[in-house]
Design a protein around this ligand. Sequence first.
Ligand SMILES: Cc1ncc(COP(=O)(O)O)c(C=O)c1O
Length: 394
Amino acid sequence: MDDRARRFHVASRMASIAPFEVMEIQTLARRLEAQGRDVIHLEIGEPDFATPAPVVEAAKRALDAEPMFYTSALGIPALREAISRFYAERYGVEVPAERVVVTAGSSAALLLAFGVLLDAGDEVLLSDPGYPCNRHFVHALGGEPRLVPVGADSRYQLTPELALRAWSPRTRVAMVASPSNPTGTLVEPGEIAALAALARARGATLLVDEIYHGLTYGRDARTALEAGDDVFVINSFSKYFQMTGWRLGWLVAPAPYVREIEKLAQNLYISPSTLAQHAALAAFEPATIAILEARRRELAQRRDVLLPALESLGFRIPVKPEGAFYVYADCAALTDDSFAFARAVLENAGVAITPGKDFGRHAPQRHIRIAYTQPVARLEEAVARLRDHLRAGS
Ligand SMILES: Cc1ncc(COP(=O)(O)O)c(C=O)c1O
């Protein structure tokens, strides 16, 4: 061990925590912008819309009216009740407010869920490709992420059959995201029910990430909470409600876990943001929902413009994404190295996209993720630039 390593010891768990490759792309993009280049950002996983005005107004009122003290670690009762009503009204599912835990983004919900479920060495089944933080949360808590390669044949999702094949005596959690990041595909309710039954039969737990709910096109998603009161569901104000920077999400947990989750949240971060919670009370108002639904229609239109345009350039999109705001495109006809491709596209065409590498180990070199978090005109400009770049290269 050299002197530096002795003086600045880094915990060994950090060796398995990887950085986001997309940040590298973003750093390069910022450098180009500083040189005066125009970059079209299709790499970022957040909506380009501002937080709806009624939510901002509610925050302003709360600043004058409410003392900004800590709240209960589980969240303010009014918000937990509003979320419970949202499940009744939107999904027709009864979820008692006592099972709703308001969290610091769904990131904290994931941390709490894995924190109360995993013992050291316990395995979590995750789809590959999938949202990269999941495996890092599992690692950080001493668990073992078990990445299950998924492809177009299972709509890029962990099916009950794939889960069964990957199941081991140490499997403690099976996790799916519907719609998924990076693929935008949904898990059908029948498969959610089968996954829940499989987990139940083996004394394990199904955890479903519903953070992209509300952002589905041509269909509404059903919540996994209808599959039983032993399923964990996480959700967030980040994506559909367009409040990424407010850092607010929630977790619906089976009743016996709520007290454990409360203890963990108290210790990890005391309570979610008081201001954000008061603002979020306005997120469910009809005026806010009307704004959000108009934006959802806009996102659907963007997807419908982008998909055929990308296919005309030679990208393959074998499963039509039905939700989120991502296209996970197979670029094998254009390159055998998606990472080099993403860099070249950025440098030559001024379009920032995310290489597959961020989302797992299953064929990352032949995939890229494109986020349609830009208006239609910018997407069309991005496609034109990509076309020129590909022509110049051929
Ligand atoms: C699938 C998925 N889950 C969870 C998160 C975490 O989001 P937040 O902590 O903002 O709720 C993200 C963020 O991009 C995501 O894509």
